[in-house]
Design a protein around this ligand. Sequence first.
Ligand code: AGP
Length: 614
Amino acid sequence: MCGIVGYIGNREAYPIIVKGLKRLEYRGYDSAGITLFGKAGKTFKTKGKVADLERIAGNNNNAGNTLGLGHTRWATHGIPSDHNAHPHLSNTGRISIVHNGIIENYASLKKILTENGYSFKSDTDTEVLVNLIEYIKLSQDVKIGRAVQIALNQVIGAYAIAVFDLDRPEEIVVAKLGSPLAIGLGTDEYFIASDASPFIEYTNRTIYLDDNEMAVISRDKGFKMYSITSDKALTPKIQEIQLSLEKIEKAGYDHFMLKEIHEQPTAITDTFRGRLLIDKHTINISGIEQHLDVFKNAERITIVACGTSWHAGLVAEYLFEDAARIPVEVEYASEFRYRNPVINKGDIVIAISQSGETADTLAAIKLAKEKGAFVFGICNVVGSSIAREADSGAYTHAGPEIGVASTKAFTTQLTLITMMGLRLGQLRGTISSQDFERVGKQLTKLPKLIERVLKYDSLIQEIAREYKDATNFLYLGRGYNFPAALEGALKLKEISYIHAEGYPAAEMKHGPIALIDENMPVVVIATNKGHYEKIVSNVQEIKSRNAKIIAIVSKGDESVKLLSDHVIEIPEITESLVPILASVPLQLLSYHIAIMRGCNVDQPRNLAKSVTVE
Ligand code: AGP
């Protein structure tokens, strides 16, 4: 979490950094700060958002500062406050740092520094790091680049840092381990950021640092890259950025979340385009095609993920077991990595992650690789750490997702997972060609069907108005609709702060039914064909306890409709694809409730888009 931005060149640094920080606010937004250097260099920092930083910094657009470092924070060590905001300065005030990550051994380092006369103004691990760098620079009489390198070799944890030293006013030192860092290469100017979005209007050439890499970026001498652990000079891999400005802006929508909900038809098309080749009776996902033996012969699949991506993993479990007859286990990445999981050579471990930077998922795949598994990454962000760490993988191609609540990332993950399930079934001879074709064809129809579901917006707004003041919600579903219920509940709680739980519908009578009374809205996803009468009985059980029922049903449904207070009809589709279609009204319901409660849907409290801490 946290976003960092830096600039060194000939332009005014302040507006570039502030605009860049706003684009990175999805990474954290509880405090912000900036250090400027040039004619009127100064450090400003405050609790709050980048807009609050602008208020206290005043107009710096023509101040003659051509170097700067900026930060938008998601608190790890120390509460959100002015003094815990970055940049942090060393005790002499000559070195400043912005940092994304966690220094785990900061307490022992702080003790040593305190014994050597250092004092601290904040509660952060980052202030310890900047003082360690200063202590090394002064005590060993080395330049800032070398001091950073020596310090990082004493540090345990994760970081993307940018460091500026008044004694070397023509350079910025950057380094990465575990947290992302990109350098944008302009003509005689350099940009530094947690992802490429802050600099896409200035350059399309970038370098994504790998773990254990650092660079000294100098205004006139260009930049030099080194390994942090050895002194080896490295040759940078320059890549062309594929991102466009319009894709990261709101395009007339009030919020990124709403824009991203409406982008789903296009995003899903982008996920299957060129891969789903129904005419040729095949699916071409190159990350699978290049490893056919692995997928044919694997005896089991373990899926690791967090949050919404974990829900996508649950759908994959149902689908892969059904279509490809392979045992699948779905694990929270954070639990998997701290157990001693049984992973054998030949096992496939699939990591699902929108950002491709989630620390727990990244650590889980590193562990899986150590144990000899073949790791396949399903990521949205191209070039992200998980995408690079995996043995193979596939991108969802959803485009940038800026709203903290995952929407199009989820439905595109499910699209990709469906194609994977079909292809695995085909490879392993466990799916009939009729079923392959039937589900494949229905997948191609999804974008149009989603367009239809999006038209229920005003109906969903009415429902939202009625329940916006509820304090609890239950979401129920059976089979494929159980993960959809979990995802619906997560969407509501994270953006509206209403407590919501997802349950398998039949599990309700083992406890949660005690919660049901006339004040409990229950959302039921009741599209099941296979066990329709079972879900009808579950709805009846809820009805007889006076709950308010909001049902998502298939067109043509008769029984559930009669029992429900509100009905949202979605087009008829094969069961495994319902979670994609049913997610859309659930996303809209959460969105409207949150807006009516006055919540910040794009930047909900305490959250960040990319969770790069454990
Ligand atoms: C979803 O709305 C979330 N905000 C969150 O649960 C997210 O899915 C989770 O943090 C995993 O992120 P990833 O997909 O980028 O790994």
